[in-house]
Write a protein that binds this ligand. Structure first.
Ligand code: SF4
Ligand code: SF4
Length: 240
């Protein structure tokens, strides 16, 4: 299905009760070949009124976190799990998630990002369940934020995806004490945006691919968090 078709359906959707209280059903925004897709929970009041993603207070926080990470908004695709505003910012109900997640599934199929970054509890829970990853109890959910997970090949009918759950930017509006952790975790989005700079010349990467066929290392480090690769400093040092 084409993205235009998905967006057309979202705009007029009445699959759940939330159509009664929305002004706008929000479509995702960003490039169609985005490597990273951020998945937020649902639009807020400002977004509902204007029909644009992340333009309220959370949007300001997101923009600042992205700026510090060296990432432009137009380099990533941003969408929501629930496309219509939740009245009085209540939690999404399960039947609303079931009704609306078909659109997110279609967006993932069309955009085919290699990194999915769900923001907050509900988006993370949905993405983890979609890719059959173990999801922690609610009080333990903080343990997954800022960690990179790899899905099994073929579970979604395509290549393995990297899942990088993050706290929702709104968390910083209520708890400034999270700033250091969130800046550190959002910083990795800038890393995940590109393969390791030594990818083509790195002997360790060649050995991993040709000898040990270690696809997990390749995905998690060479095409993922290369900044944390123990060989990265060595290879970088050699080049310098
Ligand atoms: S929340 Fe999703 S399923 Fe419900 S009416 Fe809006 S677009 Fe449709
Ligand atoms: S991430 Fe590590 S192993 Fe992979 S190309 Fe970079 S330096 Fe080499």
């Amino acid at each position: 299905m084409k993205l235009e078709e998905v967006n057309k359906q979202i705009k007029v959707c009445r699959r759940c009760r939330l159509f009664e209280t929305r002004a706008n059903a929000l479509c995702g925004e960003g490039p169609r070949d985005a490597r990273i897709m951020l998945v937020a929970q649902a639009p807020g009041e400002n977004e509902d009124r204007e029909g644009r993603m992340f333009i309220g207070p959370s949007g300001k926080v997101l923009d600042e976190l992205l700026r510090m990470a060296g990432v432009c908004r137009d380099e990533i695709y941003i969408t929501n799990l629930i496309k219509c505003m939740l009245p009085r910012y209540r939690k999404p109900k399960q039947d609303e998630i079931v009704a609306c997640s078909k659109y997110l599934d279609e967006e993932i199929d069309v955009i085919n990002p290699s990194v999915l970054a769900p923001l907050g509890y509900y988006a993370s829970r949905y993405i983890f369940m979609k890719y059959s990853l173990d999801f922690p109890d609610r009080e333990e959910v903080y343990t997954i934020y800022g960690r990179l997970f790899l899905t099994s090949n073929g579970k979604d009918g395509g290549a393995a995806k990297k899942i990088y759950p993050l706290r929702h930017p709104a968390a910083l509006l209520y708890n400034e004490g999270l700033s250091e952790e969130m800046e550190r975790n959002y910083h990795k989005l800038g890393i995940l945006l590109h393969d390791c700079a030594w990818f083509k010349r790195c002997p360790e990467r060649r050995r991993l691919q040709e000898v040990s066929m270690d696809n997990e290392w390749l995905e998690l480090y060479c095409k993922g968090d290369w900044e944390s690769c123990p060989y990265f400093a060595v290879e970088g040092g050699r080049e310098r």
